[in-house]
Design a binder for this molecule. Sequence first.
Ligand code: NAI
Length: 331
Amino acid sequence: MPGEGIGPEVSAATQRVLDATGVNIEWETLGARAENTDKATIGAEVLNASAIESVRRNRVALKGPMATAIAGGARSVNVALRKSLELYANLRPVRNLPGVKSHFDGVDVVIVRENTEDLYSGLEHEVVPGVVESLKIITEKASTRIAKFAFEYARKMGRKKVHAIHKANIMKMSDGLFLRSVRAVAEQYKEIEYKELIVDNACMQIVINPDQFDVLLLPNLYGDIVSDLAAGLVGGLGVVPSGNIGDECAMFEAVHGTAPDIAGQGLANPTALLMSSILMLHHLGEFHAAERVQKALIKVYKDGKHVTKDVGGNAGTLEFTDAVIAALPKA
Ligand code: NAI
């Protein structure tokens, strides 16, 4: 699903690199948005049914960014996709890329964000004029499911520590249920150190000393905020990947938006989607190809001659992509 704005440019670049690895991927290209819904009113179906059907059948998707109206207008296609495909885990590994300016070196944290409930349930209404209510939904089922995902991920990837991030001192019932559910799961993973931290303190600790963190496990809203904060440690949203994973299917996407200011000009940086495609290759069990793309990307960044404007270079999308393909280690 190439997406909108710079989406088709970064998607084409990513497909070229993946095809150059020789991994046998048969692409099916679809638009995620239902026709004529860009200005649709709240409540309209925003998803293209055949795109959903395709992801369900193929079980894995690579997705470019989609525009979302702020206040009013159609609901977010991104949120609708995650909900309708039950992609309950949002995975964001955050690491430095050589040559990309950042306040910290050696950052290596993984954010696991619950993706289906919390304040993203879309349950808002006007109580009386001038007063609106937004419902924060937390369930034991979704909290347990995301906790299992985080601990299983930590176990599989050899990670040592999981921090649950919460605000249970204030939201005693909702975040309290989240914490209780996570604790019950943590009990089953004795080899992994388990810690808890209140979200405001966590934000401060992350920007003072990110080294103390390994895997961070968060409900939806805190996860959304803290994952962007963590991306900021290594140079921003342009250099971090993201995967949305469920039991049945998975969707990998860049976390930046459609960048309307540079769309169609051949300037977009495909790094984030390319890094997301590395997560996708891992998910598909194509570990060798994943490592080759990762090495090529690091080589191009270390070298610094063919990187795009947003990271201080002069290259366009095409030149950067050619450089990554040329830097692929032999199969
Ligand atoms: P944005 O990420 O599109 O752009 C912010 C700034 O970063 C712009 O200056 C842009 O040129 C630059 N930028 C972003 N990605 C880049 C790339 N790959 N290469 C070079 N420069 C890049 O954020 P903004 O402007 O807030 O949102 C624009 C639209 O994207 C909105 O409609 C928003 O809803 C949507 N959006 C979609 C997301 C998704 O589909 N996952 C995520 C975030 C925003």
